[in-house]
Write a protein of this length. Structure first.
Length: 316
């Protein structure tokens, strides 16, 4: 869906991007992670040509974006940023409708789309349609920003620390809601973050950057569990083992043999870290993983977690 080939961006005496080659597959969420100044945002902004690279090639669906009109290109790509960027003089409904209006969508369809998106964001259309950005909390404004990015149903979303300005409690809620939304919509998303736990929670793939180049790219479990360099190992630090447990699903470890009557339960999407913490908190021999319908699919024990990690060859 998005392909970068030897992409470079030079600013006088500073190389912001230094030969980036990366493929972001259709329907996946790729998190760009790394220290400040490593080139994450610059790389993101090359996709919708807010930044034009000095050299290299970027294609979207096989089309070289250098041959695309920048304005038309941006109308087909959703964009959400940390500062939200809502128009203060326009209502919530008018903000969300910005791109559909520019694309000439029928007014009735736009109105229905606004209500649909507000519902997805858990914002009651009757209450929020007519409000102005100044009347919203930080979390509400962030939800509206995401809704606006989705308004024209773009296949690609670019998200630059979109939840960074929200308080920790609301941020966790918004991230969980967004993850559930992505499971349903399967957009192709390039997502900038400096938050390791956020990256692990959301990403199908993590691209860890340093000095304008890619240090390692892979699934969260691959990047955390099998660091490709001392920098990667140091970046994730001494908490790598617990971080690795967050990247692995309890459902993949659960077995019928470990089911125990009366054991505490965890939801299907829970991580091995969730399972371990529940085991320690309850002092139970196992926890039961429930499937999407609430039925027991298997149990997880401390021993099964250890065996699963050993079998994967993780944590070298």
């Amino acid at each position: 869906m998005i392909a970068f080939t030897d992409v470079r961006k030079q600013y006088e005496n500073h190389a912001a991007l230094n030969g980036v080659t990366l493929n972001v597959e259709e329907g996946t969420l790729c998190v760009l992670l790394g220290p400040s100044g490593c080139g994450k945002t610059t790389l993101l902004r090359t996709v919708n040509r807010l930044v034009d690279p000095t050299s290299g090639t970027i294609t979207v669906n096989g089309r070289d974006i250098r041959n695309e009109n920048p304005v038309e290109l941006r109308r087909g790509i959703g964009y959400a940023i940390q500062s939200v960027g809502l128009f203060p003089h326009r209502t919530v409904a008018e903000n969300i409708a910005t791109t559909p209006d520019l694309l000439g969508m029928p007014r009735a369809s736009v109105s229905a789309r606004v209500d649909e998106l507000l519902g997805m964001m858990k914002l009651d259309p009757a209450r929020y349609r007519g409000r102005y950005p100044a009347e919203l909390s930080g979390g509400e404004a962030q939800r509206v920003g995401v809704a606006r990015a989705l308004a024209a149903d773009p296949p690609i979303l670019l998200m630059d620390e979109p939840f960074g300005a929200v308080d920790p409690i609301n941020r966790a809620a918004i991230r969980s809601e967004f993850l559930e939304l992505q499971r349903r919509l399967r957009k192709t998303i390039l997502f900038v973050s400096h938050d390791i736990q956020e990256a692990i929670l959301l990403a199908d793939r993590i691209t860890l950057m340093r000095n304008g180049a890619i240090e390692q790219h892979g699934t969260p479990a691959e990047v955390v569990g099998s660091p490709a360099s001392p920098f990667v190992e140091e970046f994730f630090g001494s908490d790598r083992q617990m971080l690795l447990l967050e990247t692995l699903r309890a459902a993949d470890t659960a077995t019928p043999e470990a089911l125990h009557a009366g054991a505490p339960t965890i939801a299907y999407g829970s991580s091995l870290r969730d399972a371990l913490l529940r085991l320690l908190a309850d002092g139970a021999p196992s926890v039961t993983v429930l499937d999407a319908n609430g039925a027991a699919m298997g149990g997880v024990t401390v021993d099964s977690i250890q065996r699963h990690l050993a079998a994967r060859g993780e944590m070298r």
